[in-house]
Design a protein around this ligand. Sequence first.
Ligand code: NDP
Length: 333
Amino acid sequence: MPTIYHDKDADMTVLRGRTVAVIGYGNQGRAQALNMRDSGVQVIVGNVDDDYKAAAAGDGFTVLPIAEAAKAAQIVVLLLPDEIQPAVYNEQLGPHLGGGDTLCFASGYNIHYRQIVPPADVDVILVAPRMIGQAVRNLYAQGRGFPCLVAVQQDASTRALPTALAVAKAIGATRLGAFRSSFEEETLIDLFAEQMLWPGILQLCLLYHEKLVANGCDPDVVTNELYLSGEFVEIAKAMITCGFFEQLRLHSHTSQYGQLSRANRMAPPALLEVVDGVMGELRSGAFAREWAAEQAQGLPTLKRLWREASQHPMAASEKRLELLRTTMANWIG
Ligand code: NDP
């Protein structure tokens, strides 16, 4: 069993007398700043001078330029997009971090791939919600929680873990459960889902669409069957309530037989080689180097891939079904 921490395992008095600077007021930044403040933590926001800064000020926070916020705080929670973090850290945060300070991340990427290397006398912790920012705020406001991962990379002060647990409690995560993890594990589970699981699902959905249309089915009926009907969402919910396998019992016997008897066919040796290749690129750092080079060149490949994706026939079908999509979106909230 992994170690899972709950509210009773976290003591927020470790945050007493320490100011938390939330750097970035986007998806996670706004949600975590508001939750921590409502939990009684002294929070300021560091942001550049634009709309996000205005939003933070509108929510009643003291908003400072990023370097000044870091200087004024003892705990810096870095909630900028991962690809922006190294430059902002090197220019505006690193110089203001000193012994006794804590640097907190919501993603393991930049520490694991050494894009950011903090000084040895700074605590480096991870509090990574497994939840989108908007829900982090909404669930907290409803008195509910969400899962997160906590980890310690550097423990200069000997209070790094208690600090991570206190932050996890302040944002509402330990109400449900905080899994003890590592920066490496968080990075791998995140990137492996992004590069193996979701592309696999995406590719199978496109193949499903292409093959059925090629066999005479109406493209819009196929798009509806794929996900628009909302059945996909109901199956995902049933996985939580019943379990991954047990939800199969909610399907017809024909469906159960079809799914279980054909599942192995979908993982031929050639696919397992691809899966190992993805994992190899993550473990060796090859993907991190490729992504850094892509960013340095102005994202030419990402732009081309987006152009290609938006030209797929399913994209045209989705446009035709806009009314149905809007209705379903309203129903599922
Ligand atoms: P966002 O994209 O929402 O961050 C936006 C913030 O970053 C704004 O405050 C924006 O301010 C600021 N920003 C963007 N570019 C710059 C720049 N060049 N210089 C200075 N500030 C900049 O980030 P997320 O909340 O999505 O992600 C934050 C962290 O949380 C990441 O580590 C991510 O991996 C992690 N995470 C995210 C989750 C999610 O649901 N999104 C889930 C779990 C973890 P401005 O525009 O004013 O410059």
